[in-house]
Design a protein around this ligand. Structure first.
Ligand SMILES: [Ca+2]
Ligand SMILES: [Ca+2]
Length: 445
């Protein structure tokens, strides 16, 4: 029998975001990168009090870059509240993000569509009014091989429309998919909901098979799926993907293929303070069975394996994080995001930094401090692992007054997890925008 691995934070990589609570993952593969669109549970939330949506991205499934909040309820002039579960897709050189939110004038849930020229936004309201509205939620969008796009959504029903190629209008009427027990499984004890379909549909095609993955039963939910030979059915129930687990009574699927692997995104309540209204997005790698069916996937604290390594010799954003403790992020005056609220003892881990055989000679970071600064200790493999350098960050006269600091490093060879441990006096020490190592002979000044 295997010894139990202590569930220490330093070993964990799942949930994949720790700076805030996140929910309702919607991954999108674009241009060799995974963009992850999520909701955002407020700290100490006791309901689905959600005000904005968030974007993250990764090329290795373990180090995730924070792109902030390019879309919020306030983006939609007609919306009142509730930044709930959406999905984004690319077409026509643009990015369309479909989200449910409450229509101020009707008081009902409606689905809006936001558009951007970039996967990370900023997004603006494409229409100035809801795209569809029937009091239901959880849009999922899909473009078939023949170019026909579909928007599905629903709780308690399951509906779709055929989107036009502009992705912000549709032809024909809203069609309800018959929720039959052969199509969506059998629920007992709820006369109003005879099938397992609850909410959170995620529709895609793989091979010749169309999939609806969905949150099943309530509450607590599990994740189940159905398949069909066409995007409009007939659907056949295929069973459980992820059993009820993880101390959140909801769950929400997002499924992609990326770089030769298949990945299942979901959420749970696994972070400190986590629960049904303080959720966190996590991911597992899986392999389809030969007939296209999906194996049972269970939640782990290790998550997906890293694809390749992280290059420490190119600029890396400070807000690219595999795991952290104590820090937050915010929009940076220099563009993008920076890491903030860095206190003595806080740390960030990036996974699998490939220093190579020559090794690193310097570490450079872009830092600002409206206080007296502090130090960054650079450790390999753990918070107490080999110390390859210590960088002193001075006060710079402002929290967004950045300066570039370069420090010598030694003994940084091979591939290691890299820990940035922050030390100093009490209170916030400094903000960080990015970092980069150099290799080879010590550069001449
Ligand atoms: Ca802190
Ligand atoms: Ca940055």
């Amino acid at each position: 029998m295997l010894a139990l691995v202590p569930a220490g934070a330093a070993r964990a990589d799942n949930p994949i975001i720790q700076t805030i609570y996140t929910a309702d993952p919607a991954p999108l593969v674009y241009n060799g990168r995974v963009y992850l669109y999520t909701g955002h549970d407020e700290d100490n939330s006791t309901y689905f009090t959600m005000k904005d949506w968030r974007v993250w991205s990764s090329t290795d499934m373990v180090n995730w870059t924070d792109h902030g909040s390019p879309l919020s309820v306030a983006t939609f002039s007609w919306a009142k509240s509730d930044a709930w579960a959406g999905q984004a897709i690319n077409r026509n050189g643009k990015f369309y993000w479909y989200v449910p939110t409450t229509n101020r004038s009707t008081g009902r849930m409606a689905i809006g569509v936001a558009v951007s020229d970039s996967p990370t936004g900023p997004f603006k309201d494409a229409l100035g009014h809801p795209l569809v509205e029937n009091g239901e939620i959880d849009p999922t969008v899909f473009i078939d091989d023949n170019g026909q796009a579909y928007l599905y959504w629903g709780n308690p029903h399951l509906s779709y429309v055929k989107l036009n190629t502009d992705m912000i209008s549709y032809t024909g009427s809203v069609t309800q998919i018959p929720l039959t027990t052969s199509g969506f499984g059998t629920r007992t004890g709820d006369a109003n909901r005879p099938t397992l379909f609850e909410e959170g549909p995620w529709v895609y095609k793989r091979g010749n098979l169309y999939y609806i993955v969905f949150a099943a039963k309530c509450c607590s939910e599990f994740i189940a799926y159905s398949t069909a030979p066409s995007p409009t059915g007939p659907w056949t129930y295929r069973g459980t993907i992820m059993p009820t687990q993880g101390s959140s009574f909801t769950n929400h699927p997002g499924v992609i293929d990326y770089n030769g692997g298949s990945y299942f995104f979901y959420h749970n309540g696994a972070l400190p303070g986590g629960g049904g209204y303080t959720r966190s997005v996590a991911v597992e790698k899986f392999t389809y069975n030969a007939d296209g069916t999906i194996p049972t996937i269970t939640m782990t604290t290790t998550g997906a394996p890293q694809i390749g390594t992280l290059d420490p010799y190119t600029r890396q954003e400070a807000e690219t994080i595999a795991w952290e403790s104590g820090v937050e992020t915010e929009p940076s005056a220099e563009g993008g995001m920076n890491v903030s609220y860095i206190d003595n003892g806080d740390y960030i881990k990036v996974k699998g930094a490939a220093f190579g055989t020559t090794g690193a000679t310097t570490f450079t970071t872009r830092a600002a401090s409206g206080a007296n600064g502090g130090k960054i200790e650079l450790h390999l493999d753990s918070l107490t692992g080999t110390l390859i350098g210590t960088c002193t960050i001075p006060g710079t006269g402002g929290w967004q007054t950045y300066t570039t600091i370069t420090c010598p490093v030694t003994n940084a060879k091979g591939t290691h997890d890299l820990y940035f441990k922050y030390t100093g006096a009490s209170g916030s020490l400094f903000n960080l925008n990015w970092w980069q190592f150099t290799t080879g002979p010590t550069p001449t000044p």
